[in-house]
Design a protein around this ligand. Structure first.
Ligand SMILES: [Zn+2]
Ligand SMILES: [Zn+2]
Length: 263
């Protein structure tokens, strides 16, 4: 179980975040993701479509990374270099722990997130759930919204900390208020599981509006049975509009030439 010091740090983190987000509506439209430093387009929401560079600590979209690799290959450069800072990747694609630790010293939240995954999975470091949680706390203290979701999962599963679903929910909601699309997806599943389907759909709608394709696909499936009814309503409205625009059929049948009053 977590040490008293870790528990106190968690309590402090959550109460600070509660104060910071007190005036934010849980279902408010979300701000755009931060921009890719090369193409200046908001980064994709899917983690697999973004590369975290341990050289400069930047997150770069796959499109820009691929473009730079192709350019280097065309110019005969075999050593892979960062698309942003052009530093060579001397670790042959393997994670560079030293570089990540340097970024952690510079308070790069993404570096803490990366390290948390390594500790959680025991990749490149000795597996430790406690160290993973500490890394997520550091990332959350630096306002990384997804870190709150990860901390919530520790409470949900009773790992390192005591199982506590209300604290898990608190973390997920804080993550959502701080801008995590992933948090809205998790909240949608939990609400659905608890029979609160309308709330679940509301969370999914926020995620879909911010560009999450999987949430959009799910909503399309949910609303498909209603599309026929919607079509009928639209058709009825169209008929009503025609009634207003077109002259009455009786008006068209009137024979003005033979109308006695017009003689
Ligand atoms: Zn880009
Ligand atoms: Zn770089």
């Amino acid at each position: 179980m977590a040490s008293l010091e870790l528990e106190a740090r968690l309590d402090n983190l959550l109460s600070t975040a509660q104060k910071e987000t007190a005036n934010i509506d849980l279902f408010a439209p979300m701000a755009e993701n931060e921009e890719c430093p090369i193409c200046l387009i908001p980064l994709p929401l899917h983690d697999g479509e973004v590369v975290f560079m341990t050289c400069c600590g930047k997150q770069i979209c796959n499109g820009c990374t691929y473009k730079e690799v192709m350019n280097d290959m065309k110019n005969g450069l075999l050593e892979s270099k960062c698309a942003f800072c052009r530093q060579p990747d001397r670790n042959e694609g393997k994670p560079n722990i030293k570089r990540i630790k340097k970024l952690m010293k510079k308070k790069n939240p993404e570096a803490f997130m990366q390290m948390a995954v390594y500790y959680k999975e025991g990749r490149n470091v000795i597996q430790s759930d406690t160290r993973a949680l500490e890394m997520y706390i550091c990332a959350a203290e630096l306002s990384h919204s997804n870190a709150y979701v990860s901390i919530g999962e520790f409470y949900e599963n009773g790992v390192v900390v005591e199982q506590n679903m209300s604290k898990a929910l608190e973390c997920f909601e804080l993550g959502a208020k701080k801008g995590s699309v992933h948090a809205h997806k998790v909240l949608s599943i939990i609400n659905g599981r608890n029979g609160k389907h309308a709330k679940g759909i509301e969370h999914l709608t926020v995620a879909a509006r911010s560009g999450a394709q999987d949430s959009m696909d799910y909503l399309m499936k949910v609303y498909k049975p209603y599309t026929f009814i919607m079509e009928l309503i639209r058709y009825r409205r169209m008929l009503h509009m025609l009634e207003l625009i077109l002259p009455s059929p009786l008006f068209l049948l009137r024979d003005f030439g033979t109308d006695r009053n017009c003689k």
